[in-house]
Design a protein around this ligand. Structure first.
Ligand code: ATP
Length: 516
């Protein structure tokens, strides 16, 4: 059995080999934590975005979209707190010259202790068999209790230090825990320093006084500064939401784990404006709706969990993450935050404009509160690829690599193949393809054996292969081969459209989302 790390490496290689993700500017040896999406990656990504966009703007009559510019007036970031508070604590190892996030080093240490506990539990479960009582074991086993006590103490110390922004204490924790650099293996650490994650650039020529501006680190502020525009022109009534998909940029200190942590990435964010005092109810509502959105894809309900934040951002009064089980553990894919009226009030203060809502029912004005749902397209992409990637042993000793992608998201829905390159079969195959291509992303393949062609489609997750053979010319039927089961069916050409539509139609997901 391959370890999870090996599987992940293979997935990264697969993404490149099959046109999903390439390192950016690869001919110049790439650029750290920046990636390009290839011909299949972009289709999958577009499908994810469509699923999100429609589930917000199509299914909710009180949610509308916008597309704000990446460049924003620099005061935006002063008001939002990003100039002063969008910092990560960083630490360098003097021997390896590698840079780390101090909080991540400590969190990894916490995860290691958890791992030790889980190993003890696993070992005991094997030893005791059916009579094993896990709860009892966790409460009484001396080794587990010792690890648990260590975890509790470290966790408390760490939370306190993070909340107080106590950089010296973060360093002390790293020293006390004897955390070593994974590269050099030494404890030769520098002090912990704050590092602002925003990229800066200049707008206008220096002659007329260039203005320092930032590449937006989140799309949310583009929504906040347009709150009044949308509310007024759309005659929106609270509660209502504004959705946006767009690029965001963060000069991440530690760039690793492929598209999980990038310096240029894409977010899908929705800000939901509500009456103050109703935030807990809406927070709960959006938590549930967003989890349902993930689960509707059928990647496995057990792969998701909520993780409530210990340390709340400066703007939030409640926050949770939806985490997905990646090969490197449960990791944040989406954040749901109750942002109070922090952002709108700050923009009102800094711009001098009144940013309020007149509530006709209450006959009074107030600054709306906000619930935000914020998901990274790239992390969503990665979670889907991790869940879909399978290496299967087949009868007869053969193996195949298959992507069990949800058919609604698959980059290519059907591949049409003539059995041979002659006897009028290619022409018939083109005819079938022309019949399907306005509705479904369809490709054509006539090269190599049918077996090889099937494997190529399995590797990119195409749910249907359609083979045209000599009988097709007489009986108007084709062989449909299904990706997951590899079963084959004889199907009339005129039934193909409905067969594919049923499997790839996003409406089935929308219906699931609308169920109570
Ligand atoms: P992390 O703690 O992993 O740095 P975060 O809590 O800072 O993430 P948010 O600011 O809540 O992330 O951003 C919302 C979403 O944007 C995240 O859930 C994630 O999916 C995505 N995201 C954030 N940073 C990155 C990044 N560097 N690369 C890819 N996606 C990202």
């Amino acid at each position: 059995m391959a370890t999870q790390e090996e599987t992940f490496k293979k997935l990264v290689a697969h993404c490149k080999e099959y046109g999903f993700v390439f390192p950016s500017s690869e001919i110049y040896d790439g650029l750290g934590a920046v990636y390009d999406y290839g011909q299949n990656g972009v289709e999958l990504k577009n499908n994810i975005k469509r699923y999100w966009w429609d589930s917000m703007t199509l299914l909710h009559e009180n949610i509308v979209g916008i597309d704000a510019a990446i460049f924003m007036h620099p005061t935006t970031w002063k008001a939002s707190g990003h100039v002063d508070a969008f910092n990560d604590p960083l630490i360098d190892n003097r021997d390896s010259k590698k840079r780390y996030r101090a909080d991540v080093l400590i969190e990894d240490q916490l995860a290691k202790i958890e791992e030790k506990i889980n190993k003890e539990v696993e070992k005991a479960a094997k030893r005791f068999g059916d009579s094993f009582d896990e709860t009892m074991f966790r409460q009484t086993n001396p080794r587990v209790l010792e690890h648990q006590e260590h975890w509790n103490q470290l966790h408390e110390r760490y939370s306190k230090a993070m909340n107080a922004n106590d950089l010296a204490e973060l360093k002390q924790i790293i020293l006390d825990e004897e955390i070593v650099c994974p590269i050099s293996g030494t404890r030769n650490w520098t002090d912990v320093r704050q590092f602002n994650l925003m990229f800066q650039t200049e707008m206008g020529s220096t002659a007329d006084g260039a203005m320092k501006i930032y590449l937006r680190p989140e799309t949310a502020q583009g929504i906040f500064v347009n709150y009044l525009n949308v509310q007024k022109t759309g005659r929106m009534k609270i509660p209502f939401g504004i959705a946006q998909i767009g690029k965001a940029f963060r000069n991440e200190i530690v760039a690793r784990q492929f598209v999980f942590r990038m310096r240029e990435f894409e977010q899908m964010e929705m800000q939901f404006f509500i009456k103050p005092g109703t935030e807990m109810e809406w927070f709960k509502h959006w938590k549930e709706f967003r989890l349902k959105w993930h689960k509707a894809l059928g990647l496995g309900d057990e792969k998701y969990r909520f993780h409530d934040h210990e340390k709340l951002a400066h703007y939030a009064n409640a926050a949770t993450d939806i985490e997905f089980l990646m090969p490197f553990g449960f990791k944040e894919v989406e954040g749901i935050h109750s942002r109070t009226n922090f952002d709108l009030s700050q923009h009102a203060k800094y711009s001098g404009k009144k940013i309020e809502y007149f509530d006709p029912e209450l006959n009074e004005s107030y600054t709306p509160f906000v619930i935000e749902t914020s998901i990274g397209v790239d992390r969503m992409f990665l979670s889907i690829m991790c869940a879909a990637y399978k290496e299967e042993k087949l009868e007869g000793g053969d193996t195949r690599v298959v992507l069990n992608l949800p058919p609604v998201l698959a980059p290519v829905k059907a591949c049409v193949m003539p059995l041979v390159k002659k006897d009028g079969l290619p022409e018939k195959a083109r005819e079938v393809m022309d019949m399907l291509k306005f509705d479904f992303k369809t490709t054509y393949d006539e090269k190599d054996s049918i077996g090889k062609r099937y494997r190529r489609q399995d590797a990119i997750g195409t749910p249907f292969c359609i083979t045209i053979d000599h009988d097709t010319l007489n009986d108007g039927c084709v062989t449909v081969r299904y990706r997951d089961t590899m079963a084959q069916d004889r199907v009339k050409i005129e039934d193909l459209h409905e067969l594919i539509r049923k499997a790839v139609d996003m409406k089935q997901l929308y219906r699931k989302l609308m169920e109570a």
